[in-house]
Design a protein around this ligand. Structure first.
Ligand code: NDP
Ligand code: OXD
Length: 316
């Protein structure tokens, strides 16, 4: 990796130490001349050109003057305060195929759970009630996905095999076979009006914070259901409780929360219309994530664009 006459360079990893040590082993095997340090070990800070982190260390610019790229260990980058990165530093999100696989599984599970009234049946089970609820064919259950990026599109491709009529919404207009596509704020009402199940697969940005709010719920068909596997910040929790109480929203599956874990007395824990999971929809895997990172570093060294470069103006 080192070129003649160039100062030595290194990578600094700052996240779960156990995972970092595994990545270090893979780098030592596959790119032995690129030192890989696991925080709090940093080696010579002046040599750190690549940072792999969930949360970067403080005083980034002063501490690591040669920094060129910050890689998120996850698909999301909302945890980063982008103002701390100098404009020349590139920011890259993780496009691990294992994350896409996890999201495909989770969105399929959650959509089917809502389609087949599983939250209501779980409640009935706890109450000792044996009662059949009305059944709706998948062909009559309209599913809409907010976010048509790497993960939204992967989820849609799987949902298509189950026969649901599909629509999707993004910032710029996208196209996918057999999917009715909408874009931008202007087309949001038309998109929402056709979603019996709404799946949020958006990144969290200033524009998407609290997008799952009373105004959005009121534009869905009465009794619609929601999956949130994006970020907790997408959901206005008080508005959701009110919409569940009124029946405007019938049930939800939530993987992400404003505060994780929610406080012990949070009303979501015991709510009969809420199915909760502890932010497990998908996560970066050691082998595949490391391959994606190594590929991107090679691309950067070769002057090529990296996969997953973040548009800082858009915030994702
Ligand atoms: P991408 O950047 O690939 O795609 C984002 C999509 O959202 C794009 O289609 C984009 O539109 C759309 N979008 C962004 N802003 C807006 C807006 N204001 N209005 C309408 N559409 C908008 O992201 P990924 O698919 O890789 O990931 C999405 C998110 O999933 C992550 O940011 C993360 O928060 C979450 N996630 C959750 C996990 C979990 O375990 N629960 C695991 C991994 C990720 P356009 O196509 O026009 O750019
Ligand atoms: C991610 C996540 O962003 O796990 O990768 O949420």
């Amino acid at each position: 990796m080192t070129e003649q006459g160039r100062c030595p360079i290194s990578i600094l990893y700052k996240s779960s130490v156990a995972r970092g040590l595994k990545w270090q082993e893979i780098f030592a095997r596959e790119i032995p001349d690129l030192p890989f340090h696991v925080w709090p070990q940093t080696g010579d800070p002046a040599q750190v050109e690549y940072l792999v982190a969930w949360q970067p260390p403080e005083n980034l610019a002063e501490s690591f003057p040669s920094l060129q790229v910050v890689f998120s260990v996850g698909a999301g980058v909302d945890q980063f305060d982008m103002s701390v990165f100098s404009p020349e530093v590139k920011l890259v999100r993780m496009l691990d195929p294992a994350i896409a696989q996890g999201i495909v599984e989770y969105v399929t599970f959650a959509t089917l759970a809502l389609h087949r009234d599983i939250p209501a049946y779980l409640h009935q089970q706890r109450m000792g009630v044996w009662k059949e609820l009305p059944w709706t064919a998948a062909q009559k259950r309209r599913v809409g996905v907010m976010g048509m990026g790497n993960l939204g599109q992967a989820a849609i491709a799987q949902l298509r095999t189950l026969g649901f009529p599909l629509s999707a919404w993004s910032r710029t207009l996208r196209q996918m076979d057999d999917v009715q596509c909408f874009a931008g704020d202007e087309q949001l009402p038309a998109f929402l009006a056709g979603c019996d199940i709404l799946v949020c697969m958006l990144p969290l940005t200033e524009e998407t914070r609290h997008i799952l709010c009373a105004n959005t719920f009121s534009q869905l068909p009465a009794g619609a259901a929601i999956v949130n596997a994006g970020r907790g910040g997408h959901l206005n929790e008080q508005d959701l409780l009110a919409a569940l109480a009124s029946g405007q929203i019938s049930a939800v599956v939530l993987d992400v929360f404003e505060q994780e874990p929610p406080a012990a007395d949070h009303p979501f824990w015991q709510h009969p219309k809420i199915l909760m999971t502890p932010h497990i929809a998908a996560s970066t895997q050691v082998e595949s994530g490391c391959q994606v990172l190594m590929d991107n570093i090679r691309r950067h060294r070769a002057g090529l664009p990296m996969h997953g470069e973040v548009n800082r103006d858009a915030g994702y």
